[in-house]
Design a protein around this ligand. Structure first.
Ligand code: ADE
Ligand code: ZN
Length: 338
């Protein structure tokens, strides 16, 4: 490990844009298939499922992998393996999207299916807190290209369970922005906010800056990707003035074909212009990266020095949904990290 890699490893940092399903490695997929398939897939067959040429292909791959998450034990296994890997990278806190929408869409006749699954996720979370000193919040992802009725079930479930499970911190909208924007979710966002849920939204990943404006207009507190904001100077100014946190995912954007290269990713530009940027890994098992590697790439490709990497880590804590006292604690540790 180089000295810069060791420094990155030691920096306390938060991962704010990470899909549980996107952390499942082919080797884990083989284990899941052995549980469920009459003819379990081999490792090369599993690896083939992770190949895609563009964003649409990526969503297909994501779906193929998610299909093998069926029962509570599958979710618990995937979550635990994800958490072990987070801790290895020096991540102290993560806010993890779960595609709750698919659980309802694929099992519409079994409305009770979700609670046991969520208990499996919670077992992994509690163990990670105990054994790894890692804190995890869950973000229920309604998956925007399903219908608004499907999304409503996800929102209502989050509202219902929040009192019993404070680890449910918010709502997210991933999925295909080209098919569904943000406007249809305005009322649901207002309802979720009134119930104390925090709101984040994928916007401007495969769409233009107007999608980011639309996301902000329905009350999104953080923006996932915000890749196209660079095309709209006034939008960038507004997000800077309002301190809107951006969950950037550089390798993801290159691998899904929305960005031509890491060198041309707007991370550096947003950072230099004073936007509240964070770097994240999105779906590390699909993109061949992880958060520590995203920090390393910021250093090697976009010349972020140690002070700037420390700033990225501090941004990740500031942009998180952690309580202020916990933020202050991590920020002082980041300041003193050498
Ligand atoms: N679901 C998982 N990863 C995603 C991404 N990058 N964009 C939209 N939906 C997703
Ligand atoms: Zn995402």
């Amino acid at each position: 490990m180089s000295t810069i890699e060791a420094f990155i490893r030691r920096l306390p940092k938060a991962e704010l844009h990470l899909h549980l399903e996107g952390t499942i490695l082919p080797s884990t997929l083989v284990d899941l298939s052995a549980r469920h398939d009459a003819r379990p897939i081999t490792l090369p067959e599993a690896e083939a499922l992770y190949r895609f040429d563009d964003f649409t292909g990526f969503l297909e791959s994501f779906k193929a992998v998610t299909r093998l998450l069926i029962g509570p034990d599958d979710y618990e296994l995937a979550a635990w393996r994800m958490m072990e890997h987070l801790a290895e990278q020096g991540i102290v806190h993560a806010e993890v999207y779960i595609s709750v929408g698919v659980i309802y869409l694929w099992r519409p006749h079994d409305p009770a299916a979700f609670e046991p699954i969520f208990e499996g996720l919670e077992r992994a979370r509690e163990r990670a807190e105990r054994e790894l000193g890692l804190s995890i919040y869950w973000i229920f992802d309604a998956v925007r290209h399903f219908t608004v009725d499907e999304a409503e079930r996800v929102f209502l479930k989050a509202i219902e369970l929040k009192a019993a499970y404070p680890s449910i911190i918010g709502i997210g909208l991933g999925g295909d922005e080209r098919r569904t924007g943000s406007e249809p979710f305005r009322a649901l966002f207002a309802q979720a906010r009134a119930a104390g849920l925090r709101l984040t939204n994928h916007a401007g990943e495969t769409t233009g800056p107007e999608a980011i404006r639309e996301a902000l207009s329905i009350g999104s507190e953080r923006i996932g990707h915000a890749f196209s904001a660079t095309k709209d100077f006034y939008l960038m100014q507004e997000m800077k003035e309002r301190g809107i946190p951006l969950e950037l995912n550089p390798t993801s954007n290159v691998r899904t074909g929305v960005c031509p290269s890491l060198a041309r990713h707007p991370l550096r530009k947003y950072f230099d212009q004073g936007l509240l940027v964070t770097v994240n890994s999105d779906d590390p098992a699909f993109f061949g990266s992880d958060l520590a590697n995203e920090y390393l790439l910021a250093h090697t490709v976009q010349q972020f020095n140690r002070r700037e990497l420390r700033q990225l880590a501090a941004n990740s804590i500031r942009a998180s949904f952690l309580p202020e006292a916990e933020k202050a604690n991590w920020l002082s540790r980041i300041e003193h990290a050498e």
